[in-house]
Ligand binder design. Sequence first.
Ligand code: KIV
Length: 311
Amino acid sequence: MSATETAGAGRVVRVTVADIARLHADGHRIPTVTAYDYPSARLADEAGIPLILVGDSLAQVVLGYETTVRISLDEMVHHTRAVVRGTRRALVVGDMPFLTYARSDDALAAAGRFLREGGAQAVKVEGGRRTAPVVEALVRNGIPVMGHIGLTPQAINAIGKVRVQGKTKDQARTLMADALAIAEAGAFAIVLELIPEQLAAAITERLRIPTIGIGSGPGCSGQIQLFTDLLGLTIDHLPRHSRQYLRLHESIAEALRAYAADVEAGAFPGDAETVRMDDAVLADVLGRSALDRAADGTLVDGGLIPLDRDL
Ligand code: KIV
């Protein structure tokens, strides 16, 4: 059974880390996307995406923070719950926020919240050799982990700005060592962000676990993109490595302008969006039925609703 099939009797089976390993071993490239809420998760899940990340990019693209450093564990768990509710099949990975995994004890507590409260099946952590002991502790405690090296946005204040990582000999060697350390520590997959394509391909060749690339070329075992970038919901800036498969922000703006114009013109709601009731029932409620008329047809009490009428 492939990772995207259903079990007998129409029961949908959730993808596991073993399924991801099998997809990789069978030579399938692994499409991965971020999701941040119930509708984005449902759409990704129903499209058959096997791996969904509740990325802490949520901070910027949904919550309007300047960097991912600002988002809290509570916020991430809250959104993870919504994503999990929106999925039946995909493996959901929760992104551990800044400073929640600097020490193994903290990491276990935070990851426990993603799995227990959020319903995720795995977590992701940024960093190479320095993070390997944490990966090992999580995996030893039954928590599947995805690594993340190259550009690590939680370190943006140290890095200075978003830029390709690993172009020099030293940086490339460091990244190779980081990837091997994370794989050795037991991660089931590793994100390679903004790494030159030849280096990303070389790392991919050396590892048995799948590499999931973003801005790291086609030689990775899978690709990840932000839901908002793929669908053109990004308003301000589209990274060079992204491809917009839709330009939703334009369609949405157009739809909202049309709606506003219809409301202003009295064209919305129309008959199709409106419910009517029996006019006789309303006349009765308003004290305007036959019972409320004098013999000459005039309304008693000036047509006011009778006080003794059971409303
Ligand atoms: O937070 C995120 O969306 C990510 C992806 C870019 C891999 O970490």
